[in-house]
Ligand binder design. Sequence first.
Ligand code: G3H
Ligand code: 13P
Ligand code: ZN
Length: 333
Amino acid sequence: MVSYKELGLVNTRAMFAKAVKGGYAIPAFNFNNMEQLQAIVQAAAETKSPVILQISKGARNYANQTLLRYMAEGAVQYAKELGWRRPQIVLHLDHGDSYELCKSCIQMGFSSVMIDGSSLPYDENVALTKKVVRYAHRYDVTVEAELGVLAGVEDEVSAEESHYTKPEEVIDFVTKTGCDSLAISIGTSHGAYKFKPEQCTRDPKTGKLVPPPLAFDVLKQIEKKLPGFPIVLHGSSSVPQEYVDYINAHGGKLPDAVGIPEEQLRKASKSAVCKINIDSDSRLAMTAAVRKVFFEKPGEFDPRKYLGPARDEMVKLYKHKIINVLGSDGHAK
Ligand code: G3H
Ligand code: 13P
Ligand code: ZN
């Protein structure tokens, strides 16, 4: 058993309490490789922003959970080397799907886990979440749970609405499970295709797709039921059009990719939403930068010459999110 505290990591408790009070949100960035991790740590260190490094099932399959966990340990030392004296870094399991997995991550030094029982019947979600919380709290590890199902692009708008978190369930769920934060469904979804074109309107000037707004009324009702309780938004990439356009113009094919407009995330960050998950935007930044090198320098074959620019682009993106969207800069001095 390795305690995250020995690794210099922190859990989310104090971080979230400060963020809810301060009207900003903590960035939760997924990482799968060294370049993403370096970019996240550099951006957080340069802006003095608390940060959550999150590892998904896909990341574990791709890069190996043990290796990723040691990389996260290295990240704390790297942050210090970059001049961040007291780094506030959380190592978080994203979308944990079983008690055993959460337990193994906790034993390995994760400071926070998500148990995602959102696709289970309500009572089973409660029972599973409660079991994880009981184990995690023994080690002062914080637990994120989920209630409501994030919409998939194949859903009709009406079906999506029926998957929104039900405000009338949240008090019962949080009380029974003892979870530390709650991921809710208010219209965000994973990936680069968050809405079908027919769910959007078109900006008459640019011809670009404009997605429907998030269900802020549902968020408001949840906040009223759980005053000050930390709320999490998954699926919060904005799918920057400049990356999509560049990729499409240089051999890629991402037709009608659309995300959550940044002004909506800015508004959410000022509410009880205190953790915002972003993965797809980093993938787009990386892909656009790599395509640029391949297009401009077809003779290049040293991975450092295209992964380096990709890393630089991700640093730019992460700093932009921290400073201009979530407002978490300067909160981990
Ligand atoms: O929740 C979804 C994250 O973007 C992780 O995706 O399972 O492909 O790593 P992944
Ligand atoms: P995006 O696909 O919108 O980046 O969402 C990531 C996420 O929610 C990870 O859990
Ligand atoms: Zn997610």
